[in-house]
Write a protein that binds this ligand. Structure first.
Ligand SMILES: N=c1c2ncn([C@@H]3O[C@H](COP(=O)(O)OP(=O)(O)OP(=O)(O)O)[C@@H](O)[C@H]3O)c2ncn1[C@@H]1O[C@H](COP(=O)(O)O)[C@@H](O)[C@H]1O
Length: 110
């Protein structure tokens, strides 16, 4: 996936059109508790990657674990009916950008 929009859309598609052998569908079939367990595990792995001086993937360890966490967050959002636009809107609010939001397509493309 090139960006988070595409990753989120792919996860949503998996939920709407299950595919044989898909790990994403495996998570949806297991349900919320399994997804939350994975988010918890991946969050911890991000922390460990940032702190561990003997990283198996060197400086790439934090990048790798962060990508894992973002993927599992997308699964959680889709499972709970949270859209990626809601996440972006919340981020924009924090920057005081809400009034400009509709006129700034680059914000939607984050
Ligand atoms: N980005 C990801 C992604 N990141 C992590 N993972 C999977 O997340 C799992 C995490 O690894 P773990 O060792 O913690 O888990 P596990 O032991 O394999 O599984 P559990 O039994 O613990 O659930 C691995 O199986 C990874 O393959 C992902 N699986 C899929 N994607 C994206 O989703 C797309 C569709 O994937 P499918 O749904 O499998 O078709 C892929 O093309 C990717 O773009």
């Amino acid at each position: 996936m090139q960006n988070l929009d595409e990753l989120y859309e792919m996860v949503k598609q998996r939920k709407e059109n299950p595919k044989e052998g898909s790990y994403t569908d495996y998570l949806f079939s297991k349900g919320l508790d399994k997804i939350l367990k994975k988010v918890g595990e991946e969050s911890t792995e991000v922390v460990v990657a940032a702190k561990n001086p003997d990283k198996p993937r060197g400086d790439g360890e934090l990048v790798y674990e962060s990508a894992d966490l973002l993927y599992h967050l997308c699964v959680l959002w889709v499972e709970q009916g949270v859209t990626f636009d809601q996440i972006k809107t919340e981020l924009a609010k924090r920057e005081g950008l809400m009034s400009e939001y509709k006129d700034r397509p680059e914000i939607k493309d984050l």
